[in-house]
Design a protein around this ligand. Sequence first.
Ligand code: BGC
Length: 357
Amino acid sequence: MTLNRAEQLQKSMTLEAALDGLPAKIFVLKNAQGMRVSLMDIGATWLSCEIPVGKEVRDVILGVNNMSDHRIQEAYMGATVGRFANRIAQGKFNIAGQDFQTGINQAGNTLHGGPAGFDQYRWAAEQKSDQQISFSMCSKDGDQGFPGNLQVTVNYCLNENNELSIEYLAETDKDCPVNLTNHAYFNLMGAESEHDCLQHQLMIEADLYLPVNESGIPLGHFNAVKHSSFDFSEAKAVGRDLLSCAEQKKTAGYDHSFLLKDSHQDGESIAAQCISPDKKVTMNVKTTKPAIQLYTGNFLSGTPNRQGGQYQNHSALALETQFLPDSPNHPEWEQPCPILAAGEAYSHRTCYQFVIN
Ligand code: BGC
């Protein structure tokens, strides 16, 4: 009997121990439409996403096959990223007059929560049904330099509309920047197909994007997408204007945050839409977050794939729903506050819907 991807990962991901000496735990969600999602307690990671397309089954997110490869990869594939997704310049911020310094792990800045972010944690998992699982953990006061004991829960739920929704809940006992996201990379032709992300059609409901320096730190102002290579307000191929301007050359492709229109931050409207080159799969992204980071996998090359080989640059794209990068240092942007106040509830959700034509 041939195993499906999720069954296969349940075996292959658990052969070797994770960093804490114990094997990872793998869980599967499935629906009656034939969609199957597998998840891992290390990093509350989304490992695979199988969707039936005619007679074929496509796994539309990138991933690895075993724990050694998981440890080597630095791409955060499918991981839950926190405490603060994206960058904090020099790992510095100030809350109510107090300066904080977080761990530096990329080009002098804090990226995706610092050297030991939430992607490396073992989360407590509770599978509630075939379609729901809950991961939770506590990050202690001072973890990676962040203030406050932060209690976090991430709920994954798959429904019969082929929607995987990810709900992020958190609470802290000291004010702290919190920005939780998932770092899945999508290739709607299938992660193991010959196709990269460049022929995918992409639409993002944004009028503005945030220009950055060579290290991905925002310059401070917003640019209009109109009349630029960043205009995805109507669907276009991801590769059409790739690397066609100085802003993108700094980051070897798209690696930028798009500020979603106010009307498209409600978790119900389609904030971004991606369509496979053969038009058989459409992915709709809905979110309560104000921004989406489009990352076209500019540095993916060398990342282990599931077949003993390696992914290439642009093998897939990430659409990371989040607060704007370095937003704790930019109150003048007048965007939703990325500082979670002590005792307040952090509650956000993002839904990825796969429509099969
Ligand atoms: C960042 C990229 C980074 C990637 C993997 C993305 O969210 O914006 O610059 O290379 O994550 O760490």
